[in-house]
Design a protein around this ligand. Sequence first.
Ligand SMILES: NC(=O)C1=CN([C@@H]2O[C@H](COP(=O)(O)OP(=O)(O)OC[C@H]3O[C@@H](n4cnc5c(N)ncnc54)[C@H](O)[C@@H]3O)[C@@H](O)[C@H]2O)[C@@H](O)CC1
Ligand SMILES: Nc1ncnc2c1ncn2[C@@H]1O[C@H](COP(=O)(O)OP(=O)(O)O)[C@@H](O)[C@H]1O
Ligand SMILES: [K+]
Length: 512
Amino acid sequence: MPYPLIPAAHLRLYPVSAIRAMEQASDNQQAPVSLMERAAAAAMRLVTTLMPEPGAVLILAGPGDNGGDAALLAAMLASAGYSVDICALLSGALSADSQASWQRCSHSSARRIQAEQLTAVHGYFPYQLIIDGLFGIGLSRPVSGLAADLIRAVNRASELQRIPVIALDIPSGLSADTGAVVGGTQGIAIRASHTLSFLGNKPGLHTADAKDYAGHVIIDFLEASVSADVRETGVLNCANTLPAMPKRAGNSHKGSFGDVLIAGGAAGMSGAVLLAARTALFSGAGRVYAGMLEAIATDYLHPELMCRPLQQHVLQKEIIVAGPGLGQSDSAATELARLIAANHTMVLDADALNLLAQQTPLQSALQQHTAEKILTPHPLEAARLLNWTVAEVQADRIAAASELAHRYQSVIILKGAGSVLCQPGNAQYRINTSGNPALATGGTGDVLAGLCGALLAQGLTAWDAACLACWLHGTAADDLCLNGTGPVGLTASELIPAIRRALNQHIALGQL
Ligand SMILES: NC(=O)C1=CN([C@@H]2O[C@H](COP(=O)(O)OP(=O)(O)OC[C@H]3O[C@@H](n4cnc5c(N)ncnc54)[C@H](O)[C@@H]3O)[C@@H](O)[C@H]2O)[C@@H](O)CC1
Ligand SMILES: Nc1ncnc2c1ncn2[C@@H]1O[C@H](COP(=O)(O)OP(=O)(O)O)[C@@H](O)[C@H]1O
Ligand SMILES: [K+]
C-alpha cells in the first residue's frame, strides 16, 4: 500500500516553550480574533465534521485556558443546537480570555453538571461525544483528586460505550513534551480517540504513552505564522522525511553493496544472529557473515549466509553488527573489545550494550572508536547505559536518547512505541511514526539491527541508515497487520520479507 505523506508543516515538533513563544508573538500582534476564539472555532469544525447532526455532548473544562477553549466551544455548540452538558473544575483566577469564554458559556443553553454526578455513574453515559478541556500544556503535576476520578469515569464510559473523545490540545494528564502520563503509574490521563492540537505539532503526541492516549492527531495552526526565532526541536520520521537509497549501478557486483558481519551467538542464542543476518541479506547487503561465539549453526534455509566461529573471522572492511545473542561472558567481552578496536562502522545492540554498560574498559575503547556507529537500546538497555531507572528513561525518552547520543558519540535509536532517534552534535531528534505492538515479540530487535547493518553497507550514513531502518521496520509490521499477520502472532522471521518489500517500494517510489 502507498505510504502516507504528512504535510510538511505537521512534521515539525515544538516543545511547550516554543508554543508559548508563538502564543506570546500572536498576543503581541493584538489580532481582532483571539487565539482562544480560533481554537474553539477549530474544535467546532471538527465536532461538526464528526457529528454533523446535533446530538448530546459532554464537555470537561479545567481551570486554565484549556478550560477556556472548552467553555467557548460549549457556547458555540449550544447555539448550534447541540445538547451540551459542561462539567467545570475551576480553581483560582481565570485569564481575561477565559473569563470571556465562561461568560459566553453562561449565557448559552449549555447546562452545568457537577463532577460528582459523573463519577458516581457506573452505568450509562447519555452522550454521543465527549470533549476534554481539563488541562492542556499548562499541566504542572500529576492529575489527582476529583479530576482524576472524573478522568477515570470518562475513560471507563468512553471505552465501554465507544463514545468518541476529542482532547483539546493534548489529552489531559499527558505531557506535551514527553508523551508520558505525568506521574507515571500514579498518574492518569484521558484516553482520546482524537486530539486536536493547537499552533504546532508536539513530541508528546507521538512517543511513549501517546500511542494509547492521543488517538488520531490533528493539528490546527490557528492561522498563526511561526516566527523565525521559534524553532522546532524535532521532526517526525515518516514517509516524506526518509533518505533515498543510493542508485544501484548496472555495472555492479556483490562487492558494490558491502559486507556485514553479525557478531553474537552464545550457546542457545544462534537464532538472534540468524535473524539479523537474514535481514541483512534480504535488505541488500552484498555479503553477510554470521559470526557465532559458541553456537555454530548453518542456516539451511539461507545457505547464502556464511556462518562461522566469530573468533576465527578475520576482519576486513565489513560493517559490524555486534550484540545479537552475544551473551555477557568473558569471551563475549573479549570479542567485543576486538570488534570495537578495529574501528569499523558499527551497530551495537542487545548484549553488546549490556557489556558496554558494565565494563569501563569497553566504554574507554568506544571513546577511541572514531568510525560511525548506531546504538539501538530498548528502554532497559538505555537505563543500564545511563545508570537511570527504566521509569526515568520512559518519563523523558527524548532526553534519554539525546543524553546517550552525547555520552556515546553515536546515533541512538531508543526503541519502543514511537522510537526516538538522536545523533551527536545535533539537537534535532526524530520520532518514528511507523510500527505497532505486533513488534513486541522476541527477535524483532535483532531484525532492526541487521537492517541497520545492511543499509550502512550500502553506503548510507549512520543517521540516514537509522532513520530509514526504523521506519521500514515499523512499516513492515503495519503492512503485515493489514493482511492479518498481526497484531497477534507476528514473528520476527515474517518481518524480514515484509521489510524487503517495503524497501523495494521505497526505492521504486524514489525513482518515480
Ligand atoms: N498556547 C496557545 O497559544 C493557546 C492556548 N490555548 C489553550 O490554553 C491552554 C494552556 O492554557 P494554560 O496555560 O492556562 O494551561 P492549562 O489550561 O493547561 O492548565 C493550567 C491550569 O491548570 C492548573 N493545573 C495544572 N496542573 C494541574 C493538575 N495536575 N491538577 C489540577 N490543576 C492543575 C494550573 O494551576 C492552571 O490553573 C492550551 O493547552 C490550549 O488549550 C488556546 O486557547 C489557544 C492557543
Ligand atoms: N508497542 C510497540 N510499538 C511499536 N514498536 C514496538 C513496540 N514494541 C516493540 N517495538 C519495536 O520492536 C523492536 C523490539 O526490539 P527489542 O526490544 O530489542 O526486542 P528483541 O531483543 O526481542 O529483539 C524495536 O524495534 C521496538 O521499537
Ligand atoms: K485537554
